[in-house]
Design a protein around this ligand. Structure first.
Ligand SMILES: Nc1ncnc2c1ncn2[C@@H]1O[C@H](COP(=O)(O)OP(=O)(O)O)[C@@H](O)[C@H]1O
Ligand SMILES: [Mg+2]
Length: 264
């Protein structure tokens, strides 16, 4: 269970460039829940991820993960429990290293540091099994430099590596936004499959209303550093992209994004 209690973040406080990126955000995420987050540019979505992962410190408020207060825990400590996939496929894997070498790094980074040989082999077998299920042929290319792979293939590997550490929480920040539509669709299918198979707790930021309605069991809309809509249960089940666009239009800053969605 992730809990944010009245979290606020202000950048460049008391200067002309002051930005209140998060305003008094409270949010409870039960284990196994899959939330999609939407909101216009600058709404505070990535900042929300940055305070959860420890890349940005809160001004006020508290963050608990599984009952433990992690508000001031350093980012590298939290990264053992919190997996993250970014928009840029280059950020998730190390070029110049093979898929297998990247896997080793991910495993070392995980909670089972100082792995015994048999554990390592078991992890590699698990990883290969996950890759096989994707039907991308990546399991045949374990000794290929990841720099040679496409963006979609790299995101797929990043996603599987992030799952390998058995994260308490997986944060996906527009992880398909830089991909072509085909690759995006594959990575979305993989996201869904991994979340279900491993009962992951996921928060996924997306600019796609379709994705927001397709995946997960809760939709959160952010605007101007606040959570303005939070749909779950029956309300979430009946939610359509058109409903979300209408909600955007009801916000001052939403019209532009809604138009982009309608055009796209
Ligand atoms: N490190 C930073 N320094 C100063 N301003 C920032 C920083 N990170 C984000 N911001 C600002 O905070 C606001 C929210 O940004 P962000 O969380 O990235 O929005 P989103 O991901 O929803 O597009 C924006 O106005 C952005 O310019
Ligand atoms: Mg962002």
């Amino acid at each position: 269970m992730l809990e944010l209690e009245r979290v606020s973040v202000t950048f460049n406080a008391e200067t002309a460039n002051e930005v209140r990126a998060l305003r008094d955000i409270s949010l409870s995420v039960p284990d196994g829940q899959f939330i999609t987050v939407i909101g216009s540019n600058g709404a505070g979505k990535s900042t929300l991820f940055n305070v959860i992962s420890g890349a940005v410190e809160v001004d006020r408020g508290h963050i608990h993960l599984d009952g433990q207060d992690i508000t001031y825990q350093p980012e590298h400590r939290r990264s053992h429990d919190i997996g993250r996939v970014f928009q840029d496929p280059r950020l998730g894997t190390c070029p110049g290293l093979t898929i297998r070498e990247n896997l080793s790094l991910a495993a070392i980074h995980g909670r089972q540091a100082g792995l015994r040989r048999d554990v390592k082999q078991a992890q590699e077998a698990w990883f290969i099994e996950q890759l096989e299920q994707q039907h991308l042929g990546l399991e045949q290319r374990l000794d290929a430099d990841v720099a040679l792979l496409s963006g979609g293939q790299r995101q797929a590997i990043t996603l599987v590596m992030a799952t390998l550490i058995k994260p308490k929480l997986l944060l996906l920040d527009e992880h398909t936004a830089a991909l072509d539509p085909n690759a995006a669709e594959q990575v979305i299918a993989l996201t869904q499959a991994q979340a279900q198979a491993h009962d992951l707790t996921v928060i996924m930021i997306t600019h796609s209303m379709q994705q927001a309605c397709l995946l997960g069991d809760r939709v959160i809309m952010m605007n101007d550093g606040q959570i303005v809509f939070d749909f779950s249960g029956e309300e979430r089940k009946n939610l359509t992209p058109a409903d979300l666009i209408a909600r955007f239009h009801s916000l001052d800053s939403g019209a532009e994004l809604a138009d982009r969605q309608l055009l796209g």
